[in-house]
Structure formats: structure tokens, C-alpha cells
Design a protein around this ligand. Structure first.
Ligand SMILES: CC(C)(COP(=O)(O)OP(=O)(O)OC[C@H]1O[C@@H](n2cnc3c(N)ncnc32)[C@H](O)[C@@H]1OP(=O)(O)O)[C@@H](O)C(=O)NCCC(=O)NCCS
Length: 154
């Protein structure tokens, strides 16, 4: 993710969550060496790897502490869901966490978020806990999920 992506990122963030992160949060994380921010982009025009004008259609945010990684945010443009973009962002996040030396990848998800929970379960995450009243608007428990990266066959 680059600062130039933030307009698209903030639009998707606001369309995806009732309590969206502020732009300053993304900017602060971009400066943090212990964080990683991935984007899925609609088109890549420069074969050198940089993209020119491609639209951001989804993103993922991770951070790292010791041998643990946390998937802190994952969202796809509402108009582009159901096409595998979320799955690819999750796969990219897992690969990145493993490459950074993490042994486990954690995340929190709303109890009612059946689509996201199914996506994580399908990829091998296990429910390891619950944080009562973790979310507001509406108030709801978080389901804590974990992927063991050392015993992940995929
Ligand atoms: C969760 C999210 C990132 C998934 O992104 P996506 O690009 O739609 O994901 P995919 O296309 O890879 O689909 C993942 C699975 O969800 C299913 N799915 C997608 N949209 C769905 C819908 N509206 N209803 C039911 N299932 C749906 C797909 O069928 C797919 O399952 P399958 O692989 O068994 O077919 C996206 O729904 C999103 O941004 N949601 C709002 C933000 C959010 O909840 N983020 C997670 C916070 S923990």
C-alpha cells in the first residue's frame, strides 16, 4: 500500500465496516516496520512491478510481534466481492507472515460475520477464543481465530 492508494482504501474501509479506521491509522501503520499493508489492484500496467493507475480493489493489514502475526484488517470493494479477491489477499497475508518468520497468525472477527468466518475456517484457521463486547456499533463479541503457520500444509 502506498499513500496514493489511500483514497481507494478509505472508500472500501468505510463501505466495509461500521467503525472504519481513520486514514491516520493507515498512514501510521505504513511507517511502522513491524506492519505490512497489502493491496489487490485491478490492473498492472508496468511489467516492472510498479502499477500505474490501477484501482485498489481490496487490502489487508498485518502486524508482527515476536513470532506472532496479526491480521488486523481485510476488506474487498463491495462491488467486487465473491470473485476470489479476499481469498487471494488472505493467501498473500499468510505467505507474508510466514516469510517474516511468524509461527502463528491471529485475527478477530465479528461473531455475526459468517462470510469472513467461513473464509478463515476454510483456509484452516481455528477458533481459539472470544472477546466479549469487543466491537461496538453494534456491540458484539469477537471470535479469535488462529492459524498455525508451522503446521500449515498448504
Ligand atoms: C470477507 C471479504 C474480505 C471476502 O472477500 P471476497 O473477495 O468476497 O472473498 P472471495 O471472493 O475470496 O470469497 C470468499 C468466500 O466467501 C463467499 N462469499 C463471498 N461473498 C459472499 C456472500 N455475499 N454471501 C455468502 N458467501 C459469500 C464466497 O463464496 C467464498 O467462498 P467459497 O470460496 O467457498 O466459494 C469481503 O466479504 C469483505 O470485504 N467483507 C467486509 C469486510 C470484512 O468483513 N472483513 C473481514 C473482517 S475480519
Amino acid at each position: 500500500m502506498r499513500p496514493a492508494d489511500l483514497a481507494d482504501v478509505m472508500r472500501i474501509e468505510r463501505q466495509s465496516f461500521t467503525m472504519p479506521w481513520q486514514e491516520t491509522t493507515f498512514r501510521a501503520l505504513m511507517r511502522r516496520p513491524s506492519a505490512a499493508l497489502l493491496t489487490a489492484v485491478s490492473s498492472v500496467r508496468d511489467p516492472g512491478g510498479e502499477y500505474d493507475g490501477g484501482e485498489v480493489v481490496g487490502f489487508a493489514v498485518l502486524w508482527f510481534a515476536a513470532d506472532e502475526a496479526e491480521l488486523g484488517d481485510l476488506a474487498v470493494d463491495p462491488d467486487r466481492r465473491g470473485r476470489g479477491i479476499g481469498t487471494r489477499l488472505l493467501e498473500g497475508s499468510i505467505e507474508l507472515a510466514r516469510n517474516r518468520g511468524a509461527h502463528t497468525l491471529y485475527l478477530e472477527v465479528r461473531e455475526s460475520n459468517a462470510v469472513a468466518r467461513a473464509l478463515y475456517l476454510k483456509r484452516g484457521f481455528q477458533v481459539v477464543g472470544r472477546r466479549p463486547g469487543y466491537y461496538s456499533e453494534p456491540r458484539e463479541d469477537a471470535c479469535v481465530m488462529r492459524l498455525d503457520l508451522q503446521n500449515d500444509a498448504r
